[in-house]
Ligand binder design. Structure first.
Ligand code: SAH
Ligand code: SF4
Length: 406
C-alpha cells in the first residue's frame, strides 16, 4: 500500500522523504505542489527530478475524497458531501462573506458524544477521519473554488481564509489526526492560515484542550449550551465527565496560549429548555465570576436547527433576542449566528438530510453506481485530480430536505 501524502504535515513529509533517501527540502517542494497548487499527480511536478518522480509513483499517492454531492445555495454557500467508505459520508460547507471565506470541516464520521440537540450525535459514532481525510476537505474545496472562480493557476489567490472545525464529529476526540491537519492549515508552505483564523470547536474534552494549547494553539470555541451542570449533563453528556467548573478552568488555561484573548462560547437556543431569563442570568454569573476572575469570552447564540428525533424546538426569535439583550446589557459580547444556506441544509454542526441515515447513503451510492451518473468535478487545476473526486448530483432534488440551517 502506498502512502497517501495528504496524511502528512511538513515534518511527516520530510520524514517520509528521508525513507526514500531524499533530502528534506524535497518535502517542501512536494508539500507546496500538493497544497498550494492542488497537484494530485507527480507528473506535473516538473521541478522534481524524473528519478524522484518515478520513486514517488511507486511509493506514494495523493488521494482526496470522492464527492457524492455538491449543492450551492442562492446565498453562495456550497456544501459538499464526501464518501468516506462503508456507507459513511461527511460534509464540508463553504460560507462566503464580504471579508472572508470560511470552510466548515468535519473531523469524524458520526460522533460519540451524543448531544441531545445534534443530529450527528443521534446518528452515533462510525469512525475517526484520518489526517488525510480532514485536510482533503480543505484541499479539494480551496482548489475547486479557485478554478470555479476562474483564477489563473499561475497567479493563485487564496479563497478560503478561515477554517472552523464545526462539521461532523468531536475534533478533540480525534486528536492525533487533527493536529497534523491543523499544522498543514497553518503552514506557510501549504495554506498559510493564521492561528486566529483556524477554530477548533469542542464540546469540552478537557485534557485535550490542554494538549491543544501546548501543541497547536488555534482559536477555540467551546460548546457550552447550558449554565448549570444538571442542564448541561442532559444536553451534552460529556459534562458528566468534565463538569462546568473543570471546563471553565481549562478555558482559562487555554487562554494563556490562545491566539485570541477570548474563548467563543457556543450556545444553542432551545425553546423552553435553556433560553429563559434565569438561564441568561446564570450564564452571566458563571462566565463573570467563575474561579473569582471569570473567563474572557464572547457568546455566540445559535438558533437550534430542528430534526424530528430530537423532540426539541427552536427558540422563537424574540426569545433569542431577549436572551442576547440580557447578556449584552451585562457587558458580554454576544452575537446571534446568521442563517446561511437554508435552501441546501447547510448548517455547520449538523449532519444534514440523507446523510443522517447511513442506510440511505449506502442506497444512494449504489444507485449512483448503477445509474452511472457521475460526472467529473467541474474544474480542478490538475489534470489527474478529476479521477480522485467526482460529483454525483448538484441539485436540491437529490433528496436533501429543505430546512432552515445556520
Ligand atoms: N463537536 C464539536 C464541533 C462540531 S458541532 C462541538 O460540539 O463543538 C459544531 C457546533 O454546532 C456546536 O456548537 C454544536 O453544538 C452545534 N450544533 C449541533 N447540532 C446543532 C443543531 N441541531 N442546531 C444548532 N447547532 C447545532
Ligand atoms: Fe458531537 Fe458536537 Fe454533535 Fe455534540 S454537538 S454530538 S460533540 S458533533
Amino acid at each position: 500500500m502506498t502512502a497517501n501524502l495528504l496524511d502528512f504535515d511538513l515534518e511527516g513529509l520530510a520524514a517520509f522523504c528521508e525513507t526514500l533517501g531524499e533530502k528534506r527540502f524535497r518535502a517542501t517542494q512536494l508539500y507546496r505542489w500538493i497544497h498550494q497548487r492542488g497537484a494530485s499527480g507527480f507528473d506535473q511536478m516538473t521541478d522534481l527530478a524524473k528519478s524522484l518522480r518515478a520513486k514517488l509513483q511507486g511509493a506514494a499517492r495523493i488521494e482526496g475524497l470522492q464527492v457524492l454531492t455538491q449543492q450551492e445555495s442562492s446565498d453562495g454557500t456550497i456544501k459538499w458531501l464526501f464518501d468516506v467508505g462503508q456507507g459513511n459520508a461527511v460534509e464540508a460547507v463553504f460560507i462566503p462573506e464580504d471579508d472572508r471565506g470560511t470552510l466548515c470541516v468535519s473531523s469524524q464520521a458520526g460522533c460519540a458524544v451524543g448531544c441531545r440537540f445534534c443530529s450527528t450525535g443521534h446518528q452515533g459514532f462510525a469512525r475517526n477521519l484520518t489526517t488525510g481525510e480532514i485536510i482533503a476537505q480543505l484541499w479539494f474545496a480551496e482548489h475547486f473554488l479557485r478554478k470555479h472562480l476562474g483564477q489563473d493557476p499561475d497567479k493563485p489567490e487564496r479563497v478560503i481564509s478561515n477554517v472552523v472545525m464545526m462539521g461532523m464529529g468531536e475534533p478533540l476526540q480525534n486528536y492525533s489526526a487533527l493536529v497534523p491537519a491543523l499544522r498543514t492549515m497553518l503552514d506557510d508552505h501549504a495554506y498559510g492560515l493564521s492561528r486566529r483564523r483556524v477554530t477548533v470547536s469542542t464540546s469540552g474534552v478537557v485534557p485535550m484542550m490542554d494538549r491543544l494549547g501546548e501543541d497547536c494553539p488555534v482559536a477555540l470555541a467551546v460548546s457550552l449550551h447550558a449554565p448549570t451542570d444538571p442542564l448541561r449533563d442532559m444536553l451534552v453528556p460529556l459534562n458528566r465527565k468534565y463538569p462546568l467548573a473543570e471546563l471553565l478552568d481549562a478555558c482559562n488555561r487555554y487562554l494563556a496560549h490562545a491566539p485570541r484573548d477570548f474563548i467563543t462560547f457556543e450556545y444553542c437556543m432551545l425553546d423552553g429548555v435553556n433560553d429563559q431569563p434565569e438561564h441568561a442570568r446564570a450564564l452571566i454569573d458563571l462566565v463573570r465570576h467563575h474561579g473569582g476572575r471569570g473567563v474572557s469570552c464572547k457568546i455566540n447564540l445559535i438558533p437550534f436547527n430542528p430534526f424530528p428525533e430530537s423532540g426539541l424546538r427552536r427558540s422563537p426569535q424574540a426569545q433569542v433576542l431577549a436572551f442576547a439583550r440580557l447578556l449584552g446589557d451585562a457587558g458580554l459580547v454576544t452575537t446571534v449566528r446568521k442563517t446561511r444556506g437554508d435552501d441546501i441544509d447547510a448548517a455547520c454542526g449538523q449532519l444534514a438530510g440523507d446523510v443522517r441515515d447511513r442506510t440511505r447513503v449506502e442506497e444512494r451510492i449504489a444507485r449512483q453506481r448503477e445509474e452511472g451518473v457521475r460526472v467529473p468535478v467541474p474544474a480542478l487545476p490538475s489534470s489527474s485530480a478529476a479521477s480522485t473526486a467526482s460529483v454525483a448530483s448538484v441539485s436540491s432534488a437529490s433528496g436533501v430536505r429543505p430546512g432552515v440551517r445556520t
